[in-house]
Write a protein of this length. Sequence first.
Length: 680
Amino acid sequence: MKGNGEGAPRTQRSTPQASVAQSDAPGAFAPAQRRRVIIENVSPCVDGGRFPAKRCAGDRVVVEADIFADGHDVLRCVLQHRRGGVAAWTEVEMKPLGNDRWRAQFNVPDVGTYEYAVVAWTDKFATWRHELPRWTDAADIESALEVGAAIMADLARRARGPDARSLQDWGTRLAAAGDPIARRIAALDEELAALAMRYADRRLATTTKPLLSIAVEPRLAGFSSWYEMFPRSAADGRRHGTFADVEALLPYVADMGFDVLYLPPIHPIGTIKRKGRNNALVASPGEPGSPWAIGAAAGGHKSIHPELGSEADFRHLVEAARAQRIEIALDIAFQTSPDHPYVDAHPQWFGHRPDGTIRFAENPPKKYEDIYPFDFESADWKALWQELLGVFTHWIDAGVRVFRVDNPHTKPFPMWEWLIGEIKAQHPEVVFLAEAFTRPHPMHWLAKVGFSQSYTYFAWRNTKEELTEYFTELSKDPSRDYFRPNVWPNTPDILTEYLQTGLRAAFIVRLVLAGTLAANYGIYGPAFELMEHLPRSKGSEEYLNSEKYEIRAWDREREDSLRTIIARLNAIRRANAALHCNERLEFHDVDNEQLICYSKTTEDFDNVVLAVVNLDPRNAQSGWTSLALDELGLEDDETFEVHDLLTDARYRWTGARNYVELRPQEMPAHVFLVTRTTPQ
């Protein structure tokens, strides 16, 4: 393995030394106080090493740190890294970036945990070698060569075999009589330097502490396209859909280019206090209820709604989906209906009112009488945690590798850290999406304790200023090392005012923004591709005739469906590596507040995607760009081609200033592939 331009790695079996004098008792002298090198501002580093940073299998981890010491001695810095559970360290020499900032990198080829540390010291040999050419007087050179001979002798004592003999020979030559200029030339030999560097005196090296770690997850955690559908609506609407009906729709989902098919809860639905159509407090006979009211006589969280099929049918669906490169994601909602088997078997897991009845869910003035929340302060909390862990492992055993977790911010953070840790220890390939539309701090803590992805505020960010500010935060803030956004223009709970216009262009705008601003995105369909837009009431974000409370019939072959444009966008995403990550997102100026312009590139600018989106779904908008050409890998006044991957139109642009005009009735967005017309 090579060090990708950061120096060749080598393996070392020593354990990184403990960090420095700051940890020693004040006022007392200790060996650590002789360590002169300071290491600070290491990145990535999440909460001082309390949590791992996140990467995906196949990524490179770029590590930087501020490293300095007193005086003018030459510093040596190495990055140590290893796979979790492996004793040996691989070392990569760090390179200076200027202003005391240093960098190195290593690869993480597989899922699992990796550890790393930064080690730095003042290097006697490197300092001597740096100063040696600066001496001009023969006596000074002679004295410096004597110092070098002593350093070589010290290095030789740490070496073994042929290396020790070579260093001894070099020391003897440096100390021998003869022309000092000729001996100095010999002392500056590159082969000697490479050998000496291997046996540096590191007894006073500074090592970062605690060990830092990287949680490496599957590629799907970092780049994915999700499609949500209710399996009970997978048939024609005249009957309850089954897993076989979902399986029949797999080509429909695959043709649109989705790689995750997310199913709301598939468990038996409670009958007590069941909600009716449009969230009516009382269900009419035959109404199916909300899938999130989990549990009935047929079973609970480890059971399947009888009308969907058997567990064998579900396993067959998982295998059939995987054959089409689609992962089935299951919704895990830790709450119950009043007739869930847990209620009778474990009443201690629920809160009780003074009259002894179980407390249903409330968010005053709202009451959710069809839902019982767990009491996580129960004296029997350990058994509750173990049971909830068992829910996940049951479905993992059934083949599920992706979970969307409902409202995790309303359950204890320590439980999630323990539970996800237990699962990842056995199944590091499992991906968790946190459905936590809540305040930033809880959202970020959930990401830190192990959730792979998180829902975001994207649905409510509509203006150019809002989108620019929010996605700059998501892509540039240090939180990008652990917080992976998954953006959705709609969900069964969220029909935004922007989409309630019902305009085709509005849906396309939100689709293109979601699929190009973020590496992970999803839609709730077929409501999205069929442009479902009527709210239950004015000012509400609830759908009229919400699929949460009834079985819907969907005409997936409707001529005005957006499925073709969705398929095109997902094909663009798959074909362009620049869209597979978030951190290389850059916004560019355009002199119209209704036009937003941004780019994503690969690190070597081998793939450059430039998007321009008209945020006004009703009216044509035009303007002049002011591109940051260096962010596109282009020179000033260079001519280049922009190929619109949505419409196949091609234009030739020159320099930063170029005219754009987007008519929403035709296509409200450009997604350009930027190509240099003159090879560099």
